[in-house]
Write a protein that binds this ligand. Structure first.
Ligand SMILES: C[S@@+](CC[C@H](N)C(=O)[O-])C[C@H]1O[C@@H](n2cnc3c(N)ncnc32)[C@H](O)[C@@H]1O
Length: 209
């Protein structure tokens, strides 16, 4: 089974996001695996007028939120089923596009430049950072923001058959790896889980400067 097929199978088991959150909002950004939990899009700074790329965009709901706030968005996901679902839900939103592609392959081919790159439990977690980070860096505008989340190292999480390693690192490791690929101002935070849950979320932010 190919990587795309593995992730397509995983997509079938994913629950669609609710249409309204606890605050009554119809779009929102969720960096964690828990509903109504964790920081919002302010992690990315102002997004209006910015070109945003999401790597491993899934059902497209996080990216759609940023586009609702005035960004233009490109979502990339390796699983064809993800593009179908994302287009069905968000396809009518101007300034938002979805593409089926492997993240590193997309970055190697595109001639676009992005102000913001995000990945929520997405491709940055699943592709060797020594492969992916130079490609991300090469497509980012000076001063652009890269932000991504994943489970803290050692936790259980999504790992479809043959999908390969997860690249979850400690804060010190991410700081070293990102600095080594030309990113600055690296900050890594551990978001506590909600009450009654054991596993938190690691949130990493860095500047292409
Ligand atoms: C755990 S899901 C998270 C989806 C979404 N970001 C969310 O928060 O709901 C991981 C996503 O990354 C995609 N993915 C994994 N490896 C990828 C790669 N190398 N290139 C592009 N997408 C990838 C998968 O197909 C899947 O949609």
């Amino acid at each position: 089974m190919s990587l795309a097929e593995s992730w397509d199978r995983y997509a079938v088991g994913s629950k669609p996001r609710r249409s309204v959150n606890a605050r009554g909002e119809t779009t929102w950004l969720n960096w964690t695996q828990y509903a109504d939990h964790g920081p919002d899009e302010s992690v990315l700074g102002p997004v209006a007028g910015r070109r945003v790329l999401e790597l491993g965009s899934g059902s497209g709901s996080n990216l759609a939120h940023l586009v609702m706030l005035g960004a233009t968005g490109q979502g990339v996901d390796i699983a064809p089923a993800r593009e179908t679902v994302a287009r069905a839900r968000w396809g009518s939103l101007p300034g938002l596009e979805f593409r089926t592609a492997e993240a590193a392959a997309f970055l190697g081919e595109t001639d676009e430049t992005f102000d913001v790159v995000l990945s929520v439990f997405g491709a940055v977690w699943f592709v060797d950072p020594d492969t992916l980070l130079p490609l991300i860096r090469s497509r980012m505008a000076p001063g652009g923001i890269l932000a991504f989340s994943h489970l803290p190292p050692g936790s259980q999480g999504p790992k479809p058959a043959r999908a390969g390693l997860r690249h979850d690192h400690t804060p010190d490791e991410w700081t070293r790896i990102l600095a080594g690929h030309g990113f600055s101002g690296v900050s890594v935070s551990l978001i506590d889980p909600p009450e009654g849950k054991a596993v938190g979320t690691m949130l990493v932010r860095a500047l292409a400067a």
